[in-house]
Design a protein around this ligand. Structure first.
Ligand SMILES: Nc1ncnc2c1ncn2[C@@H]1O[C@H](COP(=O)(O)OP(=O)(O)OP(=O)(O)O)[C@@H](O)[C@H]1O
Ligand SMILES: Cc1ncc(C[n+]2csc(CCOP(=O)(O)O)c2C)c(N)n1
Ligand SMILES: [Mg+2]
Length: 325
């Protein structure tokens, strides 16, 4: 017998996702979606899990936040490479019987509302996905994002050069500080809505900044694991080192108000800001679309990564997020 739960859910997603777009020739409903990138553009592809217990908890994160964050994770990777979103694909594994309870139905509705609100706000059509009953009790989501950029113009991690200046967009540590507050008192965040005051629950992928940086930056990465770890990724891929000025770091007010502002900013993760490098002679604006841009250090020929403060340099250990496998 057909699983009415699955079919009804897909039907609902299909209605909500109906979207006219030049690039999505065929969206939800057939065996594949058909996409057509703009002439002269390359296609960029990224995929990210959102796993209950790892990336969110149902008793901590409101469902709208889980949906928003699921899409934001992928959009941030597109932003890091200067791509414009073309289409998203959502694979969902839901515990058996979830849609049979009112609480479960509300969770699914909230998740989809959060995801689709960000999809609408960023012009990202949901063009397909997959739905299945999860083998266990955890909700598992995977988002695939496709984006486009003029051929050969994408930003990479591997192209920073010694002497380049190092910059970040926005502020650091806010997501981690808010996450700590959420874990301590989740009920305070039940009704949080998507705005810039919630860097953990509703991060804003820096798509406009990324696209603008295509002509300005020499290399870029998005900050998902934490500055200390993501800077190491960029330096390793580029075979360079870096010197970061601790006093220059733009620390988010939520982190500033916490017991360990610098630790949140360096190692907290999930800020989804962009870390990028530019030639010392490039004219890097003070802000892009209202998002401040801050110079936090420079790229060095010698391969070490250092943090300077109080006139002293100390090695910057990669102490951000790493999945223990
Ligand atoms: N299971 C896998 N199979 C193939 N490639 C993978 C796998 N996991 C990761 N990669 C690739 O490794 C590279 C680094 O992946 P990683 O997930 O660390 O990216 P990230 O942007 O730093 O992290 P995230 O977006 O998850 O926060 C990417 O090119 C990614 O496509
Ligand atoms: C329940 C719960 N526990 C811990 C965290 C923190 N966290 C999870 S993954 C990650 C780094 C980015 O992930 P990835 O490397 O998979 O992209 C961070 C900082 C959370 N958000 N929810
Ligand atoms: Mg990334």
């Amino acid at each position: 017998m057909a699983n009415t739960g699955e079919l009804a859910l897909i039907q609902q997603i299909r209605q909500r996702a109906a979207h006219r777009s030049g690039t999505v020739r065929l969206g939800i409903g057939d065996d594949c979606a058909v996409l057509r990138p703009p002439t002269g553009h390359d296609i960029l592809v990224t995929t990210d899990f959102s796993l209950e217990g790892r990336h969110f908890r149902r008793d901590w994160h409101p469902a709208v936040s889980v949906g928003h964050r699921c899409l934001a994770r992928g959009l941030s990777d597109l932003a890091a490479m200067g791509a414009k979103p073309m289409a998203a694909f959502l694979s969902l594994a839901l515990p058996e019987g979830l849609s049979k309870t009112a609480t479960g139905r509300r969770w699914i509705q909230g998740f989809l509302a959060g995801l689709m609100a960000l999809a609408d706000a960023t012009g990202t059509p949901l063009a397909g996905g997959d739905t299945a009953a999860a083998p266990g009790e955890a909700i598992l989501a995977d988002i695939v994002l496709l984006g486009s950029a003029p051929r050969g113009s994408e930003l990479r991690r591997s192209t920073a050069r010694p002497g380049d200046s190092l910059y970040v967009t926005g502020a650091l540590g806010g997501a981690s500080a808010e996450f700590q507050a959420l874990a301590a008192r989740p009920q305070r965040f039940r009704r949080a809505i998507a705005d810039a005051a919630h860097p953990h629950l509703f991060p804003i992928p820096r798509l406009a900044a990324g696209q603008r940086l295509r002509r300005l930056a020499t290399a870029a990465i998005d900050l998902s694991d934490g500055l200390s770890t993501d800077l190491r990724h960029l330096c390793e891929e580029s075979a360079v080192g870096a010197a970061v000025d601790a006093a220059a770091l733009p620390i988010h007010p939520l982190a500033q108000a916490s017991a360990s502002p610098l630790d949140h900013a360096l190692n907290g993760g999930e800020d989804y800001e962009l870390l990028f490098t530019a030639s010392p002679t490039a004219r890097v604006p003070k802000q892009i679309g209202g998002i401040p841009i801050t110079r936090i250090g420079q790229i060095t020929r010698s391969r070490g990564i250092f943090l300077s403060g109080n006139g002293e340099d100390e090695p910057l250990r990669a102490a951000g997020w790493e999945h223990r496998i």
